[in-house]
Design a protein. Structure first.
Length: 282
């Protein structure tokens, strides 16, 4: 008798997940600042799952308008999936709105401060995820890679969070991809550097806890230092990217790539909180 394959399997998976830290119960203020944060980076989120952390408002005795917030987030390409923390009443309201419940807290490691590079500075893009601060912001965005304590932080007041106690990732052997990366594919080098020998097509995404080397055109996204390693770098044979990011500081090329860098070999690194893109010497 032929063996019948089960209709489904249920497993625990390590998936990348953004967390929106809600620091105010004023939904008008929150939505206004979300608009300010992401209107210049409209392609950053595209049907992206996002968890809501309510820890900062747990003692407010006010439950947010989850339905309204979920609809607003959807307009920005974010799908609210569940809540972290919050009071019992807030979590009950979230469930009634169709959201799931995550564990009460997410532990965030400290980020390693980047030294000032000794090389001559390149250009500093005008539109970077770490923008000049706006006072009184009521939100923060965090990208959780895999386990809940592997995080990069994009704070709404645009300052990367740092601490005196530094936690460095454990690195594994370099991951090498020797074929093109197709649209919709996401490759994550967990605790490793990433080397890609084929073209990275638009809509594809590369993520590495260490450096990323691309010996072909980059037309999608490249995110290095995903655990907060501000010393990580990205090396690209031909810059045609949608987005590049190091340790939470990102640049979206919604207005195109500057003529002096488009299609050229470049390296990308951080100078404190500034994302620097340099043309490599030919």
């Amino acid at each position: 008798m032929a063996r019948v394959e089960p209709a489904f399997k249920l497993k625990i998976a390590n998936l990348s997940l953004f967390v929106l830290y809600v620091n105010t119960t004023d939904m008008v203020q929150l939505k206004k600042q979300l608009d300010m944060r992401f209107n210049k980076s409209q392609n950053f989120f595209a049907n992206t799952p996002v968890a809501l952390d309510l820890s900062a408002i747990a003692n407010s005795n006010i439950s947010p308008d989850f339905a309204g917030l979920m609809a607003f987030m959807l307009d920005h390409g974010m799908h609210a999936t569940g809540v972290v923390g919050g009071s019992a009443e807030q979590r009950e309201a979230a469930v009634r709105s169709g959201l799931g419940l995550f564990s009460d807290t997410i532990v965030r490691p400290a980020l390693k401060a980047a030294p000032i590079p000794t090389t001559a500075p390149g250009i500093s893009p005008n539109t970077i995820g770490s923008q000049p601060g706006v006072p009184g912001l009521g939100l923060a965005i965090e990208a959780v890679a895999g386990e809940a304590n592997n995080t990069i932080i994009l704070d709404s007041d645009t300052q990367l969070q740092k601490s005196d106690s530094q936690v460095l990732p454990t690195f594994r052997p370099t991951m090498i991809i020797n074929k093109p990366v197709r649209t919709g594919q996401r490759i994550y080098a967990d605790g490793a550097n990433l080397v890609v020998l084929g073209v990275v097509n638009a809509g594809a995404e590369l993520i590495a806890d260490g450096d990323i080397h691309i010996y072909a055109p980059l037309r999608g996204r490249a995110i290095a230092g995903a655990e907060g390693n501000e010393n990580a770098r990205i090396f690209i044979h031909s810059l045609e990217a949608e987005l590049i990011s190091i340790a939470g500081c990102f640049k979206v090329f919604e207005n195109g790539i500057p003529e002096n860098l488009r299609g050229k070999p470049v390296q990308v690194h951080l100078d404190r909180s500034d994302l620097i893109i340099q043309a490599l010497l030919s």
